[in-house]
Design a protein around this ligand. Sequence first.
Ligand SMILES: O=c1ccn([C@H]2C[C@H](O)[C@@H](COP(=O)(O)OP(=O)(O)OP(=O)(O)O)O2)c(=O)[nH]1
Ligand SMILES: [Mg+2]
Length: 152
Amino acid sequence: MLHRLEVKILDLRLGRDFPLPAYATEGSAGLDLRAMLDAPLDLAPGATELLPTGMAVHIAEPGVAGMILPRSGLGHRHGIVLGNLVGLIDSDYQGPLMVSCWNRGKTPFRIEVGERIAQFILVPVLRAELDLVESFESSRRGDGGFGHTGRH
Ligand SMILES: O=c1ccn([C@H]2C[C@H](O)[C@@H](COP(=O)(O)OP(=O)(O)OP(=O)(O)O)O2)c(=O)[nH]1
Ligand SMILES: [Mg+2]
């Protein structure tokens, strides 16, 4: 399903020297985000840097959120994931879209200018209206959690 998304280009190289975020295939869920750096960045093992994507988005619809997720190849092969594990983009956020990039690996990793570093997805959101109650109608699970049902 397509959803209109307002995008503001903040870095003029985006769309000129580097392709705009686009879906790689017709079935892709994520738009790849580029690291719009001034120069290549060597990310030391354990280091985290906040990288600009060169753009801002305004989702506008409270029933929709954006999420920034790692790219699986970078995460699995190179240990390049997100400093916040997952980025949540509020529908009313209008600032620059940033990627917190964490090298959780054991070797330095060079991020090239314009490299596709993470991906952005849109997800539906249900916002809660808190309904304060004294007790819950009991369920089969009750308050059992954190491994309560066993491992196998
Ligand atoms: O990876 C991310 C995560 C967040 N954001 C932006 C969009 C989001 O709407 C805003 C706030 O994020 P969040 O609510 O996760 O952070 P917070 O620490 O709670 O900040 P705030 O007090 O501004 O809500 O920062 C990004 O650009 N990239
Ligand atoms: Mg917040």
